[in-house]
Each structure stands twice: as structure tokens, then as C-alpha cells.
Design a protein around this ligand. Structure first.
Ligand SMILES: Nc1ncnc2c1ncn2[C@@H]1O[C@H](COP(=O)(O)OP(=O)(O)OP(=O)(O)O)[C@@H](O)[C@H]1O
Ligand SMILES: [Mg+2]
Length: 420
């Protein structure tokens, strides 16, 4: 083993934790081997759960990953591991890590160095807690940290640019210069996937469309479009918690969101655009027309109903304005789109035309959005895996010796590829 804690043969692992899901896998793979929900089920053994009470934490049993999470269980509460892109429930996170090593990666944590991507808004305290967990509990030999936005830019071959990361809880414009994230110029908006999900729910309730999750449906009969659905309710369902039921409803709306929604061109007449047929789990079905374009329109419309949210092109401009004048042209020429919410069809094209429409002549606006959906969605993970396997960045590995000798605050969380 070399003195930076890396054995010559061990393949690093990359972890990219988001509010919607946590992605991880071996860095020599092209995409993360696992992508599991960033929520876990918490059950108080045998009795009704009160997962949110710290007092009884010790006796909680956690249920991790989609297969076990989606089984209706009496008293299972849903616990979010993340809050606004930062780890908030460390107990649940530790449990998820144990599950990741034992049931997905099938490796001993002390064998592989790990790279963790972190939110650009991560705090010193959070970073220290993560290092304490990794070095003291999991005994990892070495770790590297990297801002998720810088990693996403790196995955597209850029070290300078503005990264637009549209995730579940927010969309953020993050300026990156030669690998460094300029934290003072980050602009964030709550308009991410969850915002769109709420708009879908609002549309359903205004149009009397019931969202019945799969677990409640015993059988259904085919009905014509817009007819009252004919279905029967399962009578063997245990007494599930509200948090779990809401999560199941949310997954139905998410499916609609991913399948039906589309972003129109700037000047399109929405009523002339093609419709999309969708059937809900209880059999209710209809063609969705202009509403499937109207719902995501709010992302690009600066005059949204409350007037308190800036459009996504607006946050790009705000972010660029806060950067040094000498690099603005370079930033506009390197806009990188990443994150799951950007997968709504037409999102990158519309964002590009909105940003470009605000300029008459200069600067040149160039936007990069990987066409392959997994590359766009997993940009931070892919970039992190690339950084961890780039020989020029070997100096960024922080070994367990470094940790015990120098303490957590010595770790670097920005990268710079040395060219000399
Ligand atoms: N094909 C798709 N079409 C539209 N939206 C999608 C698609 N796939 C995923 N999403 C949405 O993208 C969001 C998740 O994106 P992502 O994985 O980037 O978030 P995250 O990094 O976990 O969360 P955050 O960045 O908020 O911490 C969810 O709201 C999800 O519904
Ligand atoms: Mg994210």
C-alpha cells in the first residue's frame, strides 16, 4: 500500500448522495451500480413505530431500498436521510451505508478508498461527521471529497462553466472555475422535481383525478378515457402510516411526471402540440394535452403566479452577474445541465433559448446536456468516479493516517488538475 492509503489494486468507490436518491458504485463502471431511495423505513420492533422520536432510536429497525420499502408494513414510518442536499439523519445514513457495503457492493469498507461528492452548500460540521463515520466506523483506507457540481462539469469534460443542477428539491446555478466552485455566486431556486410534482398534484385535485397507489388496488376493469374507474380495494392491507402512504402516492405522481410532461418551445402554441395518453393504477385514463406542457412551463416563466420565484434562466444570469466580469463570457460559453429534473423532454433546449433570448449580440451562449439520460442524471457520480481515477489528482486522497494525524479539516474539497 502506498503512503496515501491507496493500494495499487483497489478500485475506488464513488458515492453521490442526493435528496431523492443515493447513487454509488465502483469507479471503473460507467454509471453507478446502485441508485437507491434517500428515504428509509423505520420500524419500532414489533410495536407501532415512532421513528421521529430520538428517545427510541436504538430500537429502530431500518428498511432500506425500493424492494423492501415498498412492502406495506404496519407502523413503518418513512425517514428522509437528506435535507436540501445535506445529510441530516446520520443514524439512518449509517444504516444505509451498511446496507450498501453488505448487499450491493459486496465488499469490506476497509478495502476500497471512497470519493464522496458533496453539495456546494455543505458545512464544515457535516463534512467532519462524514469523515468520522467513514474513518472511525467503516475504517475506509482513504477518501476524497468533491463538490457535486464540479464533478458534473468534469463528467462533460469541463473544468470551468456554470452548472445547472436540477434535482428533486431545488435547481441551482453553480459557477465553477478551473475546478473550484465559487460558493459566493451560487444561486438556488426551489423549482426542482418536487415543485413540479406539487403542480401535478394540484392539477389532479382541480380536475378530480384520484391518485390511488398500487398497494391499495385488488383489481380493476378497463374503462374508456375520462370514465369513472372501476376498481376494488384490497382488504388485506396492514395499518400503514401516513408518511408511507404519501410516499406511495408520490411514486404514482412521479411516474406521471416522468412519462407525460414535456417542455414546449418558447413560441409554441400549447394547444397545437401532441397529446399523451396515460393510465393511472386504478384504471382511470385520459389524453393529456396542453396541461402536460403547462405544468413545467412555470420553470421558465419569470412571471409565475406568485411573482416570488425567478425563472431558471434568471438564476443563470444572477449567478453570472455575481462572478468576475473577465470570466463571464467563458461561463456563458460553458453551461452544463445535469440532474434528474432536467430529463423532462425539451428542458435543455428551452433553457438554452431562454438564456440566449436575453442577449442581443454577445456573449455566446453554449449549453451542454448529455443526450444519454443516465449520463445526464448521474453526472456528479460519473464525474466523481473520473476524478477518483485521474492520476493527476492522486494528491487529493486523504488517508486514514492523515485523518488521525492532522484532523478532518486538512481535507481538500475542491480539485485542480495540475498541468505542470
Ligand atoms: N425521466 C425523468 N423525467 C422527469 N423527471 C425525472 C426523471 N427522472 C428523474 N426525475 C426527477 O428528478 C428528480 C431527482 O433528480 P436527482 O436524482 O438529480 O435529485 P437528487 O440529486 O437526488 O436531489 P437534490 O439534487 O434535490 O438533492 C426527482 O424529482 C425525479 O422525479
Ligand atoms: Mg442533486
Amino acid at each position: 500500500m502506498s503512503d496515501n492509503g491507496l493500494s495499487d489494486t483497489s478500485i475506488p468507490l464513488a458515492f453521490d448522495a442526493g435528496s431523492h436518491s443515493i447513487r454509488f458504485g465502483f469507479c471503473n463502471d460507467s454509471t453507478p451500480g446502485s441508485d437507491i431511495p434517500a428515504v428509509v423505513g423505520g420500524m419500532l420492533n414489533g410495536t407501532e413505530s415512532d421513528a421521529h422520536t430520538n428517545r427510541i432510536r436504538e430500537s429502530l429497525t431500518y428498511r432500506v431500498d425500493t424492494n423492501t420499502l415498498c412492502v406495506p408494513r404496519e407502523g413503518m414510518e418513512l425517514i428522509s436521510i437528506m435535507d436540501k442536499g445535506l445529510i441530516q439523519d446520520w443514524d439512518a445514513f449509517e444504516n444505509l451505508m451498511e446496507y450498501a457495503y453488505s448487499s450491493c457492493l459486496f465488499t469490506n469498507p476497509s478495502f476500497q478508498p471512497v470519493i464522496f461528492t458533496e453539495s456546494p452548500m455543505n458545512t464544515e460540521k457535516n463534512r467532519e461527521k462524514l469523515m468520522e463515520l467513514l474513518f472511525e466506523k467503516f475504517n475506509v483506507p482513504a477518501m476524497m471529497l468533491c463538490k457535486n457540481a464540479a464533478a458534473a462539469a468534469f463528467s462533460c469534460g469541463f473544468q470551468t462553466g456554470i452548472v445547472i443542477d436540477s434535482g428533486a428539491t431545488h435547481t441551482t446555478a453553480i459557477p465553477v472555475y478551473e475546478g473550484y466552485v465559487m460558493t459566493n455566486a451560487i444561486v438556488s431556486s426551489p423549482m426542482g422535481g418536487d415543485f413540479i410534482l406539487n403542480k401535478c398534484e394540484q392539477h389532479f385535485s382541480e380536475n378530480n383525478i384520484d391518485v390511488i397507489p398500487h398497494y391499495l388496488i385488488a383489481n380493476k376493469q378497463p374503462v374508456n378515457a375520462k370514465e369513472i374507474p372501476i376498481w376494488s380495494r384490497k382488504n388485506t392491507v396492514p395499518n400503514v402510516t401516513n408518511s408511507w402512504h404519501n410516499y406511495m402516492c408520490k411514486s404514482v405522481v412521479e411516474d406521471f411526471q416522468h412519462t407525460v410532461l414535456e417542455v414546449a418551445d418558447r413560441d409554441a402554441i400549447l394547444s397545437n402540440l401532441p397529446t399523451c395518453h396515460y393510465e393511472f393504477p386504478n384504471g382511470y385514463n385520459q389524453e393529456f394535452g396542453s396541461e402536460r406542457f403547462k405544468i413545467p412551463e412555470s420553470l421558465f416563466n419569470s412571471t409565475n403566479e406568485n411573482g416570488d420565484l425567478t425563472s431558471l434562466s434568471g438564476i443563470v444570469h444572477l449567478c453570472a452577474e455575481m462572478c468576475n466580469n473577465t470570466i463571464i463570457d467563458e461561463l456563458y460559453a460553458n453551461i452544463i445541465v445535469t440532474g434528474g429534473n432536467s430529463l423532462i423532454k425539451g428542458f435543455p433546449q428551452r433553457l438554452h433559448s431562454e438564456i440566449a433570448a436575453d442577449f442581443r449580440n454577445t456573449p455566446r451562449v453554449k449549453l451542454t446536456a448529455p443526450i444519454d439520460s443516465s449520463i445526464r442524471r448521474f453526472g456528479s457520480w460519473i464525474g466523481g468516479a473520473l476524478l477518483a481515477t485521474t492520476a493527476e489528482l492522486n494528491h487529493l486522497w486523504f488517508s486514514s493516517n492523515d485523518y488521525y494525524e492532522n484532523g478532518a479539516d486538512e481535507i481538500s474539497h475542491n480539485y485542480r488538475v495540475t498541468t505542470d
